[in-house]
Design a binder for this molecule. Structure first.
Ligand SMILES: [Zn+2]
Ligand SMILES: [Zn+2]
Length: 151
């Protein structure tokens, strides 16, 4: 019998999701997809400098799973750098702990919980807001998952 893959936790949506090498007009290659859990592993281990055990706890996975995840992610980043692949972040069996909103009018960015229903920009009052978690296909599904985190 097969166990459903456990959801992993990503602190908040990435700011940028699409990367291409500069100076190439037509880029016909199939994008290399960095899944959201792979992105989070890189962020925790390599950007934040966390120990694997600590980072694993953050994502609610085992240390060995985390180590495999970060190695897979590094392999993709290496291919991006060496082969000039078009890299897109998305997918993966995850939920976000919190959301990130960007104001389309003034560029202001702010963190928000999924329970919150702020719909105007606290900086300029615009209602033209970009829901980053929503852009990755998340939102209501993350509700309730964020609460059992340490933050
Ligand atoms: Zn604004
Ligand atoms: Zn979700």
């Amino acid at each position: 019998m097969s166990r459903p893959k456990k959801e992993r936790f990503v602190f908040r949506p990435p700011l940028y999701a699409d990367f291409k090498p500069a100076g190439i007009q037509r880029h016909g290659s199939v994008p290399l997809s960095l899944e959201l859990d792979e992105f989070e592993a890189i962020r925790l281990a390599d950007y934040m400098g966390m120990e694997h055990s600590e980072a694993a706890e953050e994502m609610e996975i085992s240390r060995s799973t985390f180590t495999r995840l970060v190695e897979k992610a590094r392999g993709k980043i290496a291919r991006f750098l060496v082969e000039g692949k078009h890299l897109q972040i998305g997918g993966g069996n995850i939920h976000f702990r919190g959301n990130l909103i960007r104001c389309h009018d003034c560029g202001h960015m702010f963190n928000i919980g999924f329970e919150s229903d702020i719909d105007i920009c606290p900086a300029c009052g615009s209602g033209n807001l970009i829901d980053l978690a929503g852009g990755f296909g998340h939102g209501n599904c993350c509700r309730g998952h964020g609460r059992h985190g340490r933050r």
